[in-house]
Write a protein that binds this ligand. Structure first.
Ligand SMILES: O=C(O)c1cc(C(=O)O)c2c(n1)C(=O)C(=O)c1cc(C(=O)O)[nH]c1-2
Length: 257
């Protein structure tokens, strides 16, 4: 008799979502299996295996994600009647947009793209981004406006896993690329402090407010959706700039065929 081969990830039975602790365990397992730190494009980025044009393509596309985050957070805010949640959430908008006289994350992201040699007007126009970037990011903004407020908050939970990735990115990119220096990596340096606070609030929120196994399952589905939003952006970058099939109208690095 021939032995059947099977994917061992389906061989276990998942723990029922009967408590907040079980929910947290499941969320962490989802991150461990699906977060975009596992994507081969990130291995190449952090391991110094991309050229300047490919790093530019990544930073250019990520601008669209970054610049949509405060819009997404404004939509999240609009979902809550209670003042406490709005007060807690609103600093996220300022973290990215900044405030008069105080730079925000978007300024720091532009320091990165400019430091990599990209024209600021071209970056902010988002004209050269991949269609998949636009579709994925727009789907995230739409998700938080159309799903329940609980799912809207849950979809930000990928941030639980971001600080490790940012640390690896800072050290890897500084070590491997002569066109990267600390002055253009301040975006990630700053997120190391901001993301744990934000993720901690979101995790407490879903643990407190998802009170049934069904609600906890929705929280998990929201996190899975978000890991897909992140993953598909890197798939598109890989296809366009590693495999070498940029779609019509997309950014073409200088000197590329
Ligand atoms: O570099 C990354 O891999 C990464 C991932 C994520 C994430 O996991 O969603 C965010 C960020 N960075 C980030 O810088 C950021 O401001 C951010 C906000 C959010 C969110 O969903 O509200 N995610 C992320």
């Amino acid at each position: 008799m021939t032995e059947m081969s099977f994917d061992s990830s389906f061989a276990y039975t998942e723990e029922p979502l009967e408590s907040a602790a079980a929910l947290e365990r499941r969320l962490r397992a989802i991150g461990a299996a699906r977060y975009h730190d596992l994507h081969p494009f990130h291995d190449m980025l952090h391991g110094g295996r991309l050229d300047l044009g490919q790093v530019q393509a990544w930073a250019l596309n990520r601008w669209y994600y970054q610049s949509s985050i405060p819009i997404k957070d404004a939509v999240v805010l609009s979902r809550f009647r209670d003042r406490e949640t709005r007060m807690e959430w609103r600093h996220r908008i300022e973290d990215h947009d900044g405030s008069p006289g105080d730079e925000g994350g978007l300024d720091r992201w532009l320091a990165l793209t400019t430091g990599l040699g990209l024209d600021e007007g071209y970056v902010t126009s988002a004209r050269g981004i991949l269609p998949a970037t636009r579709f994925a990011v727009d789907a995230y903004v739409s998700f938080v406006g159309t799903r329940s407020p609980l799912e809207a908050i849950a979809s930000s939970l990928t941030e639980l896993f971001a600080p490790n990735l940012h640390e690896r990115r800072i050290s890897g990119m500084l070590a491997h690329y002569d066109f990267v220096h600390p002055g253009i990596m301040t975006y990630f340096q700053r997120r190391l402090g901001q993301a744990p606070r934000d993720a901690g609030f979101a995790l407490d929120y879903v643990k407190t407010h998802a009170r049934t196994p069904e609600a906890r399952a929705l929280v998990c589905e929201a996190l899975i959706f978000k890991t897909d939003v992140l993953w598909v952006q890197l798939d598109a970058l890989y296809h366009a700039y590693v495999t070498g099939h940029p779609p019509p109208g997309a950014f073409r690095p200088e000197g590329a065929a």
